[in-house]
Design a protein around this ligand. Structure first.
Ligand SMILES: Nc1ncnc2c1ncn2[C@@H]1O[C@H](COP(=O)(O)OP(=O)(O)OP(=O)(O)O)[C@@H](O)[C@H]1O
Ligand SMILES: [Mg+2]
Length: 323
């Protein structure tokens, strides 16, 4: 059986206006230019503007057509961008007001996004930790959390990660289960600062209920590897903030958050919005695009994705040779 392996990269942030859409558009262009088939999806329903950052007119129907049942398949909504290997699925500019989605519609969208045949499918999400956004973020273990170096933005990024982890654990158990009650009560009563990681306390409570539940939660946490990017960085302090967010998240929440890199403040980025032409196309030598190139290369080479810790088994390898 041939398995289509595309990496889905959701881009989220606690605070709005930190550069997610600019990043999505330009990263998409760079991945496509390096030969990776890339599909950009505008999932900022209610505030779609990815087409503007890509510099294309949005006259095609988008995700809202699937939500409103005018279209049954997301595949039908994919269209070419003019950049080789780069495709785009619009959001809802033609049909605004799709900000609140029932869970089954989200599931339908996510199921179809998972089936897209591409190397990368990048989801530009709306800002904030509403369940709508967080559920889209959780479609992959490798989401990217965007922040600017402002304190409010970093704190909101931390809240976003915390909400995502609890939502991920909650959804790992069946509806109306005892485990969901434990997680719900834990989230609503826990005060930060006990010195231990949030998740280890919660896992203890889940394990006290059932050994298997504790094991499942431990496994889910181990598999969750989101990244953080600090955008509009101006100096080393901005970079250090990203590292600090990583360290605090690891210590307090107990997940393996990694720092994917920093992107500098660059006036060319602002000008690109007025020009309606992405900076990756007009100014490939700009500092923003040079730094983005490092991130794109990490993603493109697969180096950023943790490899499973498996030992080789000589017997198995010999058995493969025999076939
Ligand atoms: N590295 C940068 N240098 C300079 N300006 C930037 C940079 N990144 C983003 N900006 C500015 O920030 C603005 C907001 O960016 P963008 O729309 O990508 O944010 P967003 O996180 O997608 O916002 P929202 O949450 O509203 O969707 C851009 O219009 C641009 O002017
Ligand atoms: Mg945006």
């Amino acid at each position: 059986m041939i398995c289509i392996m595309s990496f889905i990269l959701p881009i989220g942030s606690g605070k709005g206006g930190v550069g997610k859409t600019i990043f999505t558009a330009n990263l998409g262009i760079m991945l496509a230019q390096s030969g990776k088939k890339t599909v950009l999806v505008d999932l900022d329903l209610g505030g779609s503007n990815l087409h503007t950052c890509l510099g294309i007119k949005n006259s095609n129907s988008g995700i809202s057509a699937v939500i409103n049942k005018q279209e049954s398949s997301i595949e039908e909504l994919i269209f070419e961008t003019g950049v080789e290997n780069l495709y785009f699925i619009p959001g809802d500019t033609l049909n605004p007001g799709t900000g609140n989605l029932p869970f089954f519609i989200k599931q339908k969208i996510l199921k179809q996004l998972n089936k897209i045949d591409a190397d990368f499918v990048i989801l530009d999400l709306g800002a904030g930790s509403t369940y709508n956004t967080v559920d889209f973020f959780l479609v992959s273990s490798y989401g990217i959390i965007f922040t600017s170096p402002e304190t409010t933005s970093v704190l909101n990024a931390y809240s976003f990660i915390k909400t995502a982890v609890f939502r991920m654990l909650f959804r790992s158990f069946k509806s109306k289960s005892a485990e969901r009650d434990i997680i719900y009560n834990f989230v609503n009563s826990k005060i930060e600062g006990s010195g231990r990681s949030f998740t280890s306390d919660l896992i203890n409570e889940l394990t006290a209920n059932s050994y298997m539940s504790g094991q499942l939660a431990t496994q889910k946490i181990k598999e969750f590897h989101p990244w953080v990017i600090v955008n509009r960085a101006e100096n080393q302090e901005s970079v250090d903030l990203g590292l600090k967010l990583r360290d605090i998240t690891r210590k307090n929440i107990g997940i393996d958050l990694d720092f994917l890199g920093a992107l500098p403040e660059d006036r060319e980025v602002q000008l690109s919005i007025f020009r309606r032409s992405p900076v990756a196309l007009t100014h490939p030598d700009s500092v923003f695009i040079k730094s983005l190139g490092l991130i794109a290369a990490k993603l493109s080479s697969g180096e950023a994705f943790p490899q499973p810790e498996l030992y080789l088994d000589d017997d198995d390898l010999l058995a493969i040779d025999d076939d």
